[in-house]
Design a protein around this ligand. Structure first.
Ligand SMILES: [Zn+2]
Length: 810
């Protein structure tokens, strides 16, 4: 039984609550330590209950509830009878793609799993619902003796589970809207499938969620079996909860101490919503400790559990914490909130090179929200510190340097970086690019960033989904050792010129970037990150290609570090920082657009051949086969986002989001033609600036830029196949030409293989002539051969399938 907790333990480590002052911590302690109540133990037969699409059958066994805390019971345990005891969970995912996903992990498109034990954690009406049923059931009788035994065995397990949900348990208890938006979690010990997690959370975008922790090659993954909108949300009988709070006008005063600890005071304008009267949720890096919070000058209670912080440090995820005001807030009224926070987000990579480890989370936030920012940093004067925004003050004071920057009118997050830098600044087309290089290289590159991995605990309150604070693009290589003699300054001038030219190119097509100054700073590792006005760029990009370690010397890797990485991060100024994605399922758009913008710039500088080579490389990655013979691309549709990373297909997330994403954008470009494609990108920015876009809104916008009389005029078939499904077909063209001008007949067949039976896409066939513009004939592919016939007025010089890589195919 302990095994369950150990297995699910990614975010469910034993709860080692540190005693914290404050009523919220005390409430959390009482909830997590309450334990099971032997007086509320029932022998149950044929007890069944539903949570939307989930249907539980407790056929024969004991059900014991936890002790009440402030009148509320939030845990229960089911244990099947020793002999013949049984329980079952049934679930039928509502869509084909979710059934396929479930089948991939469980071997069946529908879940019908028997289990012997279950731990339930909930803040919804589960207790009331079940006790009502138990009272109505003559066969159900209380059994305190069995309860005492069960409590003894299960109490430690239940405490572990409750500990990992403590923020949400407390927030829901305080919020007073439990009946409407409380969650229900079940940790089940399945007979066939082993231990797995089930969550119903009305605050989530997709309320039903099933998954399992799995290990592969010493890495732990959380495999998402299925995740979808619950029935009453699909039918719109229920609505998502209202806004909890809005933050704006964020100001931070930070001191970087000589030992590299960061101490800061961050203030913001706070407007609570109806859901944010008694408990407010925020995110911050687990490396930062929030030591105090004040609302309109009055101290508020901060609850940031130590256990979760310690636990999440390994994964690097942001951590949630709660602020409980001394008195209830009035929805809609403006308050000022002040946080005091400190921690070690800056590390040394050796040889005097520093890096900021919690780039987007060193200050409390609500996730990614557009706001005005005003930042003041005080730091040792021998270092340089760069940050998002325009410098408005910069002076030295004794051993300290003070720099104040302002980011206006709005950005969605701010970062900083520091080091012993050399700088080049270039102004082109009204925009300034400042590139900073470390004077020396780090002795060893840091390990590549890992995608964090945590059980998706129910959302805090109405906090927006916790996402990576903007993409990391990386290629997977072992961190190479760098020789300390290498000179990261040697390419500085060139780098500044190239990035400035790239920024100007993109601004010409996409409109102005969010800030007039783009600062570029180094980061140890093989990745980059694009914050508004501030890029983090791998040290490898700073080095001369010939100086790079042997492990990154393939042609593609060289192109990646010399050309693609900086342009990709530059393009995030628009895709991710002006236009953003609504949900995890739309995040691919930002990466695909940023990466394809980088490829446009590559093509502009190096020619179409360079673009073709990169697309070929991506195609090879997508078609690479895992041990089970499946291709990387088949791991799942691109809209699955983070779900694509699983123990079944490690690395698939990156390949699909970035590389298939680039192919999808490329195919749209070929369909629209260059002029309309660039106009589409400009319009995307205009229509959605400082707003978020969904995949479907993008489809509708793109469809408006198709040439007249295109097949699939709303791009529905295109998105259905390439975005919402998987598959890369092989296509072959056979054709013959008969007749004489002006009565020429082109007849042929398009043959499709190596894809699912129902795979079908529109394929352009370009008919070229010696002295006339080419003609494009579209054929809708399907499994096997599709005939086509075109009447021509003159003889073609050439008939080309898929000109310019217009279809992703084998
Ligand atoms: Zn990116």
């Amino acid at each position: 039984m302990i095994r369950i907790a150990a297995l699910i333990g990614v975010a469910l480590l034993p709860c080692a609550l540190q005693a914290q002052p404050g009523a919220t911590a005390e409430l959390a302690r009482r909830i997590t330590q309450a334990g099971l109540d032997p007086e509320e133990c029932y022998q149950v037969r044929e007890l069944s209950f539903s949570k939307e699409d989930l249907r539980f059958y407790l056929t024969d066994g004991h059900l014991i509830f936890g002790h009440a805390v402030d009148g509320t019971r939030s845990v229960a345990v089911f244990a099947a009878a020793e002999e013949g005891g049984d329980a079952e969970l049934l679930l039928l995912p509502p869509s084909r793609s979710e059934r396929l996903s479930l089948a991939k992990y469980t071997g069946s498109p529908n879940l019908n799993e028997h289990f012997k034990t279950a731990v339930f954690i909930f803040t919804d009406d589960t207790y009331a619902q079940l006790s009502r049923q138990l009272r109505a059931q003559p066969a159900a009788r209380k059994n305190p003796e069995a309860g005492a035994l069960l409590a003894q065995v299960w109490n430690p397990v239940v405490r572990n589970f409750a500990g990992s949900f403590q923020i949400r348990l407390v927030a829901d208890l305080l919020a007073g809207s439990r009946a409407a938006f409380g969650f229900f979690y079940a940790g089940l010990s399945g007979l066939r499938l082993g231990n797995f997690d089930v969550l119903y959370d009305p605050r989530a975008d997709e309320q039903i969620f099933l998954g399992q922790v799995a290990a592969k090659d010493d890495h732990r993954y959380f495999n998402v079996w299925t995740k979808f909108q619950a029935r009453s949300f699909r039918t719109r009988a229920r609505e998502a909860p209202g806004l909890e709070l809005a933050l704006s006008n964020i100001r931070s005063d930070a001191i970087v101490e000589p030992g590299l600890a960061l101490r800061a005071k961050t203030t913001a304008r706070l407007i609570p919503g109806p859901e944010g009267k008694r408990a407010l949720g925020f995110y911050i890096s687990p490396r930062m400790k929030v030591t105090a919070a004040l609302i309109d000058g009055e101290p508020a209670d901060v609850f940031q559990p130590e256990s979760l912080r310690a636990n999440l440090i390994r994964g690097g995820a942001n951590d949630a914490f709660l602020v409980a005001p001394a008195k209830e807030l009035i929805p809609g009224r403006a308050y000022e909130i002040e946080f005091r926070h400190e921690g070690t987000v800056i590390s040394e990579a050796g040889n005097g090179v520093y890096y900021v480890g919690a780039r987007g989370a060193w200050y409390p936030s609500r996730g990614l929200e557009f706001s005005r920012y005003d930042l003041t940093f005080r730091y040792p004067k021998q270092l340089s510190l760069v940050a998002t925004g325009q410098v408005v003050e910069d002076f030295t004071e004794g051993d300290w340097r003070v720099t104040r920057r302002r980011a206006e009118p709005r950005v969605r997050l701010v970062g900083f970086n520091l080091g012993d830098y050399e700088e080049r600044s270039i102004t082109r087309g009204g925009y300034t690019v400042e590139v900073y290089a470390n004077r020396r290289v780090e002795t060893a590159l840091q390990p590549k960033p890992q995608r964090f991995l945590a059980i998706p605990a129910p959302k805090l309150t109405s906090l927006p989904p916790l996402r990576r604070p903007l993409d990391i693009v990386t290629i997977i290589i072992d961190p190479p050792m760098l020789s300390p003699q290498l000179n990261p300054v040697s390419r500085l001038e060139r780098l500044a010129n190239e990035i400035a030219a790239g920024l100007e190119f993109m601004a010409g097509h996409f409109g102005p970037p969010p800030l007039k100054t783009l600062t570029v700073s180094p980061i140890p590792g093989t990745f980059g990150q694009g914050f508004p006005g501030l890029l983090y760029l791998s040290t490898l990009s700073y080095l001369d290609p010939l100086e790079r370690p042997a492990s990154v010397r393939t042609e593609y890797q060289q192109t990646f570090f010399s050309e693609i990485l900086s342009a990709h991060e530059t393009a995030h100024q628009w895709w991710g920082n002006v236009v953003t994605a609504v949900g995890d399922q739309d995040e691919w758009l930002m990466e695909a657009l940023a990466n394809y913008s980088a490829l446009l710039w590559l093509e502009k500088r190096k020619g179409p051949r360079a673009l073709g080579d990169v697309l070929d490389e991506y195609k090879n990655h997508l078609l690479a086969k895992a041990a089970d013979g499946r291709t990387t691309e088949s791991a799942g549709p691109i809209v699955w986002g983070g779900r694509l990373e699983s123990s079944l297909a490690p690395g698939a997330w990156k390949t699909i989001i970035y590389e298939k994403g680039s192919w999808i954008v490329h195919m749209l470009r070929r369909w629209m033609g260059d002029e309309k494609f660039l106009a589409m990108l400009g319009e995307l920015r205009r229509r959605y600036q400082f707003r978020a876009v969904t995949t479907d809104q993008f489809r509708q916008l793109a469809a408006q830029f198709l040439p007249a009389r295109s097949p699939d005029p709303q791009l529905q078939a295109f998105f259905e196949q390439w975005v919402y499904n998987t598959g890369i077909p092989s296509l072959r063209l056979n054709y013959s030409v008969r007749g004489k001008p002006p009565a020429v007949r082109l007849t042929g067949t398009l043959t499709q293989r190596d894809a699912d039976e129902d795979f079908s896409v529109y394929v352009p066939i370009e008919v070229q002539f010696a002295k006339a513009r080419p003609l494009v004939h579209w054929v809708q592919s399907s499994t096997g051969s599709v005939p086509f016939e075109v009447a021509l007025r003159q003889l073609p010089s050439k008939v080309v399938l898929d000109p310019g890589n217009s279809v992703l195919r084998k």
